[in-house]
Design a protein around this ligand. Sequence first.
Ligand SMILES: [Zn+2]
Length: 342
Amino acid sequence: MKAAYFKEHGASDKIIFGDYRDPVPDASDVVVGVRACALNHVDVLLLDGRFPPPEGLPHVNGCEVTGVVERVGAQVRDLSRGQRVIVFPGFSCGRCEYCLRGERTVCTRYGYLGAHKDGGYAELVKVPAANVLPLPEAISFTAGAAVPLAMLTAWHALVVKADVRPGQTVLVQAAGSGVGSAAIQIARLAGARVMSTVGTDDKIEFARRLGADHVVNYRRQDFVEEAKRWTGKRGVDVVVEHIGGDTFERSTYALTRLGTLVTIGSHDTHWGRLDLRHVYSKNLRIVGTNLGTVLELQHVLDHIVAGRLTPVIDREFPLKDAAAAVQHVLDRKNKGKVLLVP
Ligand SMILES: [Zn+2]
């Protein structure tokens, strides 16, 4: 098969488009013919070596995949060749203490498609059949590829971890990102009012169209002051944070008493400071999360079919131009998800 892979760490120019080993399914696996694969920030960490692929190089990135079943393992009963599917990207053992508690995203042997295994920057990808859901006819392959990591993670953060309620106020960092563009819509769907940050003025209208009531260009405006002003000095109930560093620390200052910050990524740095006085005196909750459940992915798909949520696609690149697609994201030019299409 053809794939966009890398055999040494570095910048986007290390991505090679060419022949790569065909995936061979085990008895409980399927091989999916990729129709669309979305890019994620973790792809860059894998590429530049900050998060080296656990199975070594060469490696194929790509966590978010939609496609068509091409081959099924001998034990797979409920999937058939030609079926349109979407892949849940988290792998878990099913046997450890956390899996037995139903918390598979903190499995002691947890892994991601495209990180711990070769992913979807390819014509074919191998996944356990248990990770495969039918993709409804109403959802295109490209729209579906924006869902399994970005939209599902935003859903789990807001609905499950932050338990966001009608009438609450939510600050979503970086409206232009995949997670940000999803989180604005989900917070609105939950009945909250939403403030969001952007880094360029051309993203202000984009964030408003997604449902943000108040949009702040963080390069020109102090988002903490804006959050206070927007809420009548009170502060917001929930922050969706995925930047790290100063943005993480300052996000906690935007919270009201009993507020919740959900951290779902560390785009700029893995580190962030906390003023502990704010945390204990205001009874703040600082909550980590990653991904969500297969059932929640199904819920998100149902909302998309019903028109209540819309995957936001910035641009599609042909698979052979994967290096250009990665550079497009690195340059922060995207509004929503960037996709590869074989
Ligand atoms: Zn486990």
